[in-house]
Design a protein around this ligand. Sequence first.
Ligand SMILES: Cc1cc2nc3c(=O)[nH]c(=O)nc-3n(C[C@H](O)[C@H](O)[C@H](O)COP(=O)(O)O)c2cc1C
Length: 329
Amino acid sequence: MVKIGNIELSDFPLLLAPMEDVSDPPFRAVCKENGADLMYTEFVSSEGLIRDAAKSVQKLDIFEYERPVGIQLFGSDVETMGSCAEIASRVNPDLIDINYGCPVKNVACRGAGAALLQDIPKMVKMTESVIKSTHLPVTVKTRLGWDDNTKNIQDVAERLQDIGIKALSIHGRTRVQMYKGAADWSLIAKVKENPRITIPIFGNGDIDTPEKALEYKNTYGVDGIMIGRATIGNPWIFNEIKHYLKTGEKLPPPTMEQRVDVCRRHLEFSIRWKGPVAGVFEMRRHYTNYFKGLEHFKPYRMRLVEAPTFDELDSILKEISNDYSEMVC
Ligand SMILES: Cc1cc2nc3c(=O)[nH]c(=O)nc-3n(C[C@H](O)[C@H](O)[C@H](O)COP(=O)(O)O)c2cc1C
């Protein structure tokens, strides 16, 4: 069993990666129903949260059925990050995660996210400040380093473990790489192999099939895998991987009826969370993902993104289920 502080997970947990504009409560709900073992909120700006900005506060919405769930914070100011850990802890997540991996300009060029990989003493101070400000386990998500010349993940892992983080998720790319090239898990494996490291090490980057999950589990020896992009429009990947790890056999791909059912659940959760108007509106960006690769789908998509109510959407979804029922996904 893998433990993060006192949170007990399975032997080889599968984590839903934090993803801005993706891993909100409705999406997390369908990932949970399809096998995710630990999930994170989208990243929450500490600058926004400290000023009570609506967008940041809303990201603190978590629900009992999601547990265990972590709130992820990012920021550039040590004190503010501490204060925000305290604020986030009040909504009682299972853990607080710190983002030291975000490569995008708006974040990394303002001294937050992956920028901290260029200033390890500050990263250590920030992490201490967060740990001191919460009773919850604190975890970190980061990358291998800033660029090819500064792949300092070994040092980062030891120093952060020494001050008390309870797990580390590593995306096998540098900041400069952004999302280019293949993720390199060999340095993640080195962190895991370091005899000084006792906290769980989760590997992240490019896992998109059950076969790859098994291969990377065996090759790199990580304690679990965090999955991001491959879950989008495809949340059943968690159970597919679990089944494959357990039996060595692949589950059949979801039928069209199952795809439609998960999409409908997502819509229901969206409406439950945001109400009938905003819930329907926010769901619009997800239909393309759920029905990727379907021939002649455009007219259905147009109707899905225009339909104003659940009932209308439900009847279009039923039509899709019928019209594409023969299709193997
Ligand atoms: C749309 C999108 C949003 C993301 N937002 C976040 C975020 O809020 N916090 C974070 O730590 N990483 C974020 N990431 C990075 C992912 O968590 C993950 O590290 C990355 O996608 C690599 O994993 P994958 O190859 O399984 O997708 C985001 C990635 C994507 C594609």
